[in-house]
Each structure stands twice: as C-alpha cells, then as structure tokens.
Design a protein around this ligand. Sequence first.
Ligand code: 16G
Ligand code: MG
Length: 547
Amino acid sequence: MPPSSLRVVYAFAREMHPKTTDVFIEYGTAGFRTKASLLEHVVYRMGLLAVIRSRVKNGRTIGIMITASHNLEPDNGVKLIDPEGEMLEQSWEEIATRLANVSDNDLEATTVEVIKQVNADMGLKASVFIGMDTRYTSPRLAAAAVHGVMALKGTAKEFGIVTTPILHYCVRCRNDNTYGTPTEEGYYEKIVGAFKNIRAKLPVHGSYNTTLYVDGANGVGGKKLNIIRKSLDGELDLVLYNLGGNGGKLNLNCGADFVKVSQTPPVGVEHAPFQRVASLDGDGDRLVYYYLDDKCNKMHLLDGDKIATLLASYVTELLKACEATDLKLGLVQTAYANGASTKYITEDLKVPVSCVKTGVKHLHHAAQSYDIGVYFEANGHGTVLYSDKAKTTIRRIAQEGEPEQRKAAQLLLNFIDMTNETVGDAISDLFLVETVLCARGQNVKEWMEAYTDLPCRQLKVTVQDRNAISTADAERRCTAPEGLQSRIDELVAAYKSGRSFVRPSGTEDVVRVYAEADTQENADKLAAQVSQAVFDLAGGVGDRPLA
Ligand code: 16G
Ligand code: MG
C-alpha cells in the first residue's frame, strides 16, 4: 500500500477522533490509562498500531482491550495483546506512546514512519480482536478502535463486554487452535468443562463447603460468573454480589483491589462468620479471598501469595504422585509478596522462588523459565504456566504410567485445562482454588493456617516528580534520591521482622510505600515513618503523607 493512501488515517482522526488534549500520555505497566474523556484519539491510534503489529506478525491476530481494571468509573484505558495472548512486547511500548502523542496533523507521517521502522508488509491481511469492560465510556472507545483498524484495512472482530482474560484467551486460540476455540463459549467449555471433569473425580469431603460467595466489583467478572453459575449443577453454589445493578458503582468500595489495599470487606456483600468470599476486580483478572471471624469483626485476607502457595503445593503433590521428577516447578513473586509467604515457599514447600519487578509482563516472563511456573502478585493477579515439556511428560504418564501415576497425571491434565495460561484470570483462578480446597477437604480457615502473614501496610505519597525515585533489585532497594535507602534501612532496623520499600507507581502519579513488621501497629508505624522519609527526601507535595 503506497503511503499516499494513508490519507484516510488523517481523515478518521480529524472527523471522528480528534486529539483534543496536549497532556502527554504513556503506555505504562498495563497500557494507557487515564480519564476516559482523554482517551478517544489514543484508542483510535491503537487500532492503527494493532493492524501494523498484526502484519509484522504475519497476519496473526492482535487484541485490543478497553478497560481501566480496578480504577473507578470515570477512568478508562486500552492495552494491546500479542499473538500468544501475552501483553504487548515491551519494545513496542515506546512506539505506542509516540503514536498516541503526535498531533493529528503529524499522525499520517508518523504512521508511515512506524510502518517503515517495524518493517510491516502492508499488503498482508491483518486481524484484530476487540473487547471491553462494563464502563459506560467503553463502547465509544471500542468504536474508535474499530475505526483505527478500518483505516489501515485490517479486519476487526468485536467481542463486546468480556473480561480481559477472556479476550487474551480468544487471541491465543485464534492463533493456536490447539489451545481452544476463540469464543466466549469456547472459553467456558474449556475452563468450566475441566472443572466439572475434575469434580467428578474428587468428591466433596471434609470441611469443604460448596457454597462460595463472590464480590463481583460491579464489573464484568461477576456478570460472566452469573452465566457460568447456571451451568454448575451444584458442583459449586455461587452466591453473587456486586453485579452492577442496584446503583452499585464499579470498584467503588468493593472489588479485589479495594479489599487488598484497604484490608476491609467490600460493601454490598451479606456476611456471616467464616463464609468463604472471593473478590474479583473490575475487569476480572485479579482474585483475592477473605473471611470474617466469628463475630464478623476482623477480616482475614487470602491474597495472591496465599493463592500461589495453595496452587504450587497442590501441583507439587500431583507431580510427586505421578513421579514426574524431572519437571522443575518454580514460583515468581514481587517485592509486595508477604515475607512469611516467601519463607514458607522456601522452607516448607522447598520450591525455588524468584522476585521480579511489579507488572504482569515481568512475572509472566520469569515464570516461563521453569517447566511449571506459578506466578502471582500479592494483589491477586497470577496464573500457572506449563511448558511444552511439562505437558508432553504429563500426557505421556496419563497414558502409560502405573494406575496411581495415571490418576494423578489425569488430574493434572484437567488442572492445566482449567488454567488460563495467557494471563492472570480471576475466573480460572477461582476454579483452581476451589478444586484444591475440595481435593483437600479444607475450609477457608484451614487454608489460611498454612502460614501466618506478617502484618503489612501500604501507603502512597504525592511528590513533585515520582520519577525522582529510582529502584534496583526488583524494586526492593531505592537508588535515588540519595540518602533515602539508608534512612529506610535505619527505620526498618528498629522493628522485629521489619521490611519496607518504596517505588514510583506505574499507574498513578504517586510513590507507593510498603511496610511489614511483627504487629499491625508496627507495620502501620513503619509505613508512616517511611512515607515521611519519602516526603522529606523526594520532594513531597501538600501537607503531609496520607495515611
Ligand atoms: C497494573 C498491572 C499490575 C500491577 C499494577 C501496579 C498488569 C496487567 N497490571 O495494574 O500487574 O500490580 O499495575 O500498579 O500488568 P502501580 O504501579 O500503580 O503500583
Ligand atoms: Mg484488572
């Protein structure tokens, strides 16, 4: 296609999706995310970029997801999904940022420049899958994405309202039909089908209870579970709250992020003591569990670390039972992982564990270095990855092993089918967790007892320029501004089991502070002191650090 025909790129921009703001926007940890009103031109341009990316990948399908995850209703966002269902390759983030920020007048020339730079053959077909969350601004943005795809003569397929992980799954299936059928129904068939298969083999016993209460964050995840619920025939009795009706607002005082960060139960859920409650985030890619004590006073949180250890220990058990001893399982965490979980993984589970920077792409990548890699952020985003070697070995044992080995390998195969390996997925993770609890006959309190979390606290501090903070060692140490790390070291040394780190947020204009210690009071005190140090040494803005 000669560059002259790219005039339509400009025409669509000017007539339909003009750039109306000069605020610089960056492709961050999870794509572009800001006030929905500032995003229409950005999403249009991501439609263009997705077509270019598809052509660079020989016409394989690329995904565009319109969502701002756990952010509140007025925000929105957009991220690209690569052919394997993974996050966009990092080297393209800069290209996305460039394309998003040029003026309408320069858009055509920049598009031509990008096409040259990445060497895209514009004569090839291009395919783009588009999905969106439940925000009222999402349909308009999805339409902008479609126009971007049309402008460069790609083919757009709209999935309507889906969870982020469903779209990742469909992109993967479209490019690799051995993974499944690239439709929402195909997703249910595979994940829920595997769950039912496994339930037929593992009868309910012990203190496991098939009733699960769910906080849907008033987002898309709850809606999809409501579809799934009807097909569950009593294997799991889902009681769903916060499904978006009754004036409930997306992520407002509910959802996985709220529950994890505030360490408070969500509004909108009727609680009874020791009920097992799962809380999803707004786009259905994060999951945490919690329960309240006998008087419904205190909340006990089972976060991403608890889920990771539960899944890793069960998979390890099955691997032992099928004697697949040459398969190496490893766990990946971030600095936010509770210190007690890391200790438990190393000393009790005896599983190798690595620590990487915040952001799913880093965890996903690190997990690929194991035969079986379990990765979770403490905030509840994570999954399990199985290498080809692992799958082949397990399949072979399921066919040729001794009866006991075969049984374990067949369970593992169902477990693999229940896993969305493309990205962390609240729905898939929920079925995995329920499977392990059922297999062990455990209630939520027994699950909690595997190890005791150290009390922790997260705070945020507003500073003039959050990028004045640099970190190293997977964000566990701070290398700038000068003096901050030694101040943190001094503060931490005064607390038993003390640990703290600070990092600039990738999604908000703040510096995040994390602290843990032997008691909640001490964790709170340490977090407040470290926040003060950030405020003093990194150019704090406003009155004082917020609690
Ligand atoms: C994004 C990331 C999440 C990370 C969070 C950190 C993806 C899909 N999501 O939501 O993994 O934990 O950002 O946010 O990568 P922060 O940088 O503001 O703390
Ligand atoms: Mg999310």
